[in-house]
Design a protein around this ligand. Sequence first.
Ligand code: E4P
Length: 212
Amino acid sequence: MKLFLDTAIVSDIEERVSTGLIDGITTNPTLIRKSGRDPWKVYTDIIELGVEDLSIEVNGESSKELIENAVCVNKNYGNVATIKLPCTIEGLKACKYLSNIGLRVNMTLVFTVSQSILCSLAGATYVSPFIGRMDDNSLDGIKLINDISNIYASNGVKTKVLAASVRDVQSVGVAFGVGADICTIPPKVFDDMASHVLTDKGLEQFNRDFLA
Ligand code: E4P
């Protein structure tokens, strides 16, 4: 059971990584755009925080282009970089090649069990089913995590299920409950996981009693 943070805001990452509870970071082109910064500088800053697993999405129409861009990312960031590829035929071809040469690949934008089967056959390190976007479209994101986890477990698949597009605290517990290996979560969801009104209330009372 591991938690990754899903953001490209370096200060947000620094604050949460300092807890020692975060095992990786996932980014995507939208998160990078929202940071308003040069992507390469963002990745360098994140790595300087001591992060050991950073998903970096690469772009390209063909598997050849995706592979070229992935190799370039790997040259710059070495083993810290996990190459993030879209779950398309070209993405799967690139995944197979990159996994064979020993790079970690995170297959993203996964919405069906069949896609997850192909990702595992392509040697992906991580498969990222998008819970929130499934739910946005009246599909059952948690059921997908459950189905993929069961199929992977019963077939001895090594690919890890990385629950993505997580929008609330409840989904984290439920995703781990149905077999997710990792949840990647926005900083706010991480903060929300640590807090409860009864913890605050109880602590207030205990602090008063310490002084009594
Ligand atoms: C995962 O790797 C993606 O970056 C992310 O979880 C997408 O989340 P969203 O659907 O909230 O944009």
